[in-house]
Design a protein around this ligand. Structure first.
Ligand code: ADP
Ligand code: MG
Length: 479
C-alpha cells in the first residue's frame, strides 16, 4: 500500500439560497408537491426566455472573494447538451470556458495539525436538473421538475488532495464557508451540498497522474470518506494485478460500502458546449464587486485567528468553535458573561455541551441550555460554589429540567464545602474508621493517599473542595 499515492479532486455542488430559480421566477423552496414549482421556463417550453437571477450572481461573487479568487468581469453561459428525462430542454445551462470565479484557494487543517492550501480551479453558475421518481410507481417513473432551474454553484478543486481525510477536511471547510456567507443552507440530506469525488492512484515518485474514476453524488462526509477509501483499494488491486483503471463514472452504494460502475466517462467535447444565444455575456464592474466585498462577514479563518489571539485558545479549539457562525456566537456569548476564563468556556462548549447536543442530534441553536444558563453554571465553578465534577451533574440536571444552575445547586444542596474545620472533621472520622490503612500509609505505602481522598469525597457526597481535601489530608496523614 505504502508505495501508492492517492490523488483526489472534488467537484462540489452548492445549491444557492436564492428564493427563486436561476433563470425563472419559480420558488426554490424544498418539499412542494411534484411540479408545483415549475413554470414554462423550467418545463423547457419553446418561445420562453431565461432571465438571470441577480442574487445568484451576487452569491457567486461573494464566494469568489471569500476564497481569494479572480472574479471574472466577463463570463459566459453555455449550453451543455445531453438528453435526460428530467432535463426537458435537452441541455443544461452552465458556464464552461469563462466561469464567473477562477483561481481560488482554501486552507485546511490536517489531522496532524499542519495546514495545507487547496487550489480551487473554478466555481461556475449553473442550473440543476429535475428529478426522476421511481419509488411507489411500479413499472413507471415520474418526473418532478421542481428542482429544475435551481441555482447551483459548482466548485471544482485542483487535484491537490492526497487522502480521504484531506478530502473530508476540504469539504467540511467549504461547507462551513458557504454557510458563513449565507449563500447555501448546507443541508446535505436535501441535497443542497453534494460532492463528486475524482479519485486516482499512482506510484510514489511518479509525476504523471493515474487514470481517475469519478464517484457521483456523495451527500455525507462519512460517505465521501468511505467511498474514496474503497475506490483507492479497488484501483490499487487492479494495478497490482497488472490491470488498467478505466476512466468512468461510478456510484457509491452505502449499504454495500462499495462503488459500482455507472457509465464510461464522457469527454467535455461530447456535450457540444456552445454559448447560450438566449443569454448575454455577464459583465460585472469593479464597483459592484467592491460593494459585494463590503458585505462579507468575518470569515471562518479570520474568526479562528481572532479566537486564538483574543481568547488564548489553541488553533484546534478555535477551529472547532468557529466551525459554524452559530456555534461561534454561542461561545462568544458565554465568554462575554464569564470573561475571566475563555478556556473554561471553550472546554464546556466543546465537551459537555457538544456531547449532549450530539446525543440528541441537535444543532447549537436548539440547545436545551442557553448561553446565559451555561455562563451561570461556569460562574459557580469560578467562584468555588461547586467543583468541576459536581458541575457535570448540575449540567445534566439543567439539560433535562431546563432550570438554571443556581436553583439546582440550592435545591439539591450541592454547594461545595470549603470550610476548613468541616473538612478536617470529616478527615478525622475517616482516619478513625480506617486504622489499618492509616498505619500502612504511615509505614510508607504512599499509594493509599488516593484511598483517603476517595473516602473523604464519598463522605461529603463529592462536595468537599478537592484542592483543600488534598492539602489538609497531607498534613493530617503525616500525623
Ligand atoms: P470533468 O469536467 O471531466 O469532470 P475536470 O478536468 O474539470 O474534468 O476535472 C474534474 C475534477 O477532477 C477536478 O476536481 C480535478 O481536480 C479532478 N481530477 C482531474 N484529474 C484527476 C486525476 N488524475 N486524479 C484525481 N482527480 C483528478
Ligand atoms: Mg466532472
Amino acid at each position: 500500500m505504502s508505495e501508492w499515492e492517492t490523488v483526489i479532486g472534488l467537484e462540489i455542488h452548492a445549491q444557492l439560497a436564492t428564493r427563486s430559480k436561476i433563470f425563472s421566477g419559480s420558488s426554490t423552496a424544498y418539499g412542494a408537491p411534484p411540479n408545483a414549482q415549475a413554470n414554462l421556463v423550467d418545463l423547457g417550453y419553446p418561445g420562453v426566455l431565461p432571465v438571470l437571477n441577480a442574487e445568484a450572481v451576487r452569491m457567486a461573487v461573494k464566494f469568489g472573494l471569500a476564497i481569494d479568487a479572480t472574479v471574472a468581469r466577463h463570463s459566459v453561459f453555455a449550453r451543455k447538451n445531453y438528453f435526460y428525462p428530467d432535463l426537458p430542454k435537452g441541455y443544461q445551462i452552465s458556464q464552461y470556458e469563462l466561469p464567473i470565479v477562477a483561481h481560488g484557494k482554501l486552507e485546511i487543517v490536517l489531522d496532524d495539525g499542519a495546514k495545507k492550501v487547496i487550489g480551487i480551479t473554478r466555481a461556475h453558475l449553473e442550473e440543476d436538473a429535475g428529478k426522476s421518481l421511481h419509488e411507489g410507481l411500479p413499472g413507471a417513473s415520474g418526473i418532478d421538475l421542481n428542482r429544475a432551474g435551481t441555482p447551483l454553484l459548482e466548485i471544482v478543486s485542483e487535484p491537490d488532495l492526497r487522502s480521504a481525510r484531506e478530502a473530508v477536511a476540504y469539504m467540511k471547510k467549504l461547507h462551513t464557508l458557504v454557510r458563513y456567507l449565507e449563500i447555501c443552507d448546507g443541508n446535505m440530506q436535501e441535497g443542497s451540498f453534494r460532492c463528486d469525488a475524482n479519485v486516482s492512484v499512482r506510484r510514489k515518485g511518479e509525476t504523471k497522474f493515474g487514470t481517475r474514476a469519478e464517484i457521483k453524488n456523495l451527500n455525507s462526509f462519512r460517505f465521501v470518506e468511505k467511498a474514496i477509501n474503497y475506490e483507492v483499494e479497488r484501483q490499487i488491486d487492479i494495478l497490482e494485478s497488472g490491470g488498467k483503471v478505466i476512466q468512468e463514472t461510478r456510484l457509491y452504494d452505502p449499504d454495500k460500502g462499495e462503488t459500482r460502475s455507472m457509465r464510461t466517462k464522457e469527454e467535455a467535447n461530447d456535450y457540444r458546449y456552445f454559448p447560450d444565444p438566449d443569454l448575454l455575456p455577464l459583465k460585472l464592474d469593479d464597483a459592484f464587486i467592491e460593494e459585494v466585498r463590503t458585505s462579507l462577514p468575518e470569515l471562518p479563518d479570520q474568526k479562528a485567528a481572532r479566537f486564538t489571539s483574543q481568547y488564548g485558545l489553541s488553533a484546534y479549539d478555535a477551529g472547532v468553535l468557529t466551525s459554524s457562525r452559530e456555534l461561534a456566537a454561542y461561545y462568544e456569548d458565554v465568554v462575554r458573561q464569564v470573561p475571566e476564563d475563555p478556556k473554561l468556556a471553550a472546554n464546556w462548549v466543546m465537551g459537555e455541551l457538544a456531547a449532549a447536543l450530539n446525543k440528541e442530534g441537535l444543532e447549537i441553536t436548539e440547545s436545551r441550555i442557553s448561553s446565559g444558563a451555561l455562563a451561570g453554571l461556569l460562574k459557580r465553578i469560578r467562584d468555588n460554589t461547586i467543583s468541576g465534577k459536581i458541575a457535570k451533574d448540575v449540567f445534566e440536571a439543567m439539560w433535562s429540567s431546563g432550570r438554571d444552575a443556581d436553583a439546582l445547586i440550592e435545591e439539591k444542596g450541592l454547594r461545595q464545602i470549603t470550610d476548613t474545620a468541616a473538612i478536617e472533621k470529616v478527615i478525622d472520622e475517616v482516619m478513625a474508621k480506617n486504622p489499618g490503612q492509616l498505619a500502612e500509609y504511615r509505614s510508607g505505602k504512599d499509594k493509599l493517599f488516593g484511598f483517603f481522598v476517595g473516602q473523604v469525597m464519598k463522605a461529603t457526597q463529592g462536595k468537599a473542595n478537592p484542592a483543600q481535601v488534598n492539602e489538609l489530608l497531607k498534613k493530617k496523614l503525616a500525623g
